[in-house]
Design a protein around this ligand. Sequence first.
Ligand code: NAD
Length: 368
Amino acid sequence: MSDAFDIADELGPEKVFYLHDPGTQLRAIVVIDNVAAGPAIGGTRMAPDVSLEECARLARSMTLKNAAAGLPHGGAKAVIFADPHQPTADKERLMRAYAYAIREITDYIPGPDMGTNEIAMAWVHDMTGRSVGLPRELGGIPLDEIGATGYGLAAAVEAAQSHGDFRLQGARIAIQGFGAVGMHAARYLAQRGALLVAASDSAGTLVRAEGLDVEALIDWKRGGHPVAEFTGGEARKRDAIIDVECDVWIPAARPDVIHEGNVDRLRAGIVAEGANIPVTEAAERRLAERGVLVLPDFIVNAGGVICAAVEYHGGSQNEALRRIEEKIRHNLDEVLRRAKAEGTMPRTAAHDMARERVCTAMRFRRRW
Ligand code: NAD
């Protein structure tokens, strides 16, 4: 592991904790990147192999995402080095040991991440009184059940209408990754007048130019079936989703799915990034050259973290949806206006906006 100071710059990380408890075999790191805007929200991941640098990068992206979303929270990330698939009783013991170890790190509010879930957050909450992404019984707002991120994506695509000649009514949508984010994005976009012309999962693509029956497809997928086996469309290979002609292409599966080798296959006017960093930097530049409008991930997929912040402050599910719509629309408008005025890519404008917000918040803090 590298020295913690190797990864520091003017924003952070502010604190790095190494947690070790030989009794329970707990080995974890917590990186609190920046708390100028307020206590840091960020996931606690359980994985055997995440480096300090990667944890710090993930913490920084939470600082920028939370600032871009206009939340009164900084960014952090934690990793517990362990097998996420261990027996539940062992996992509970480890999560409780972790929670005990972070009980006095009060400027960190943990949330679920890869390898942890709402039950793990309930254990952390029981030990510390502090976590988000809780079960409903503890005041949680189940963000994947209500589709917080998909709802935000739909609001963002609608807001993009003010920045070009795109119209959502009748717009053809293609979604790569028909999971929690993808299926809710499809549902909320269909409710706003769009047509789902293609969807994919890890097993294949389903296409229907006249529009798929979104609710029936969601029921089918929730029943455990691959989308390509749904009878209301034509089945194709998994990556055929990239070639589908559409108005809005939504990656909602994995990072780096669009790269220099396949970017010119995309035939869409707008790419709305549901997944995190689904398009490589070079491919995003190529899309900009071709006049394709890319709505950056950390602006338009912030529905989940906005929902978590509303939960933390005691808000309701309806309040969460209202805030997601309001914040994502407002932030996307600002980013796209700025990108146009400065002649930059939306991602650059979004980064600049988020960094400025963090720096402004830092100037409000007492430093000695
Ligand atoms: P999920 O596991 O519920 O769904 C992912 C879907 O993608 C699955 O249907 C899977 O079959 C499919 N998939 C995997 N590889 C694929 C491939 N190569 N081609 C096509 N489909 C593929 O996950 P999710 O919660 O919907 O998250 C999707 C992405 O969005 C992840 O990268 C996640 O980090 C990111 N994200 C999620 C949220 C959230 O609120 N859940 C918020 C922000 C970002």
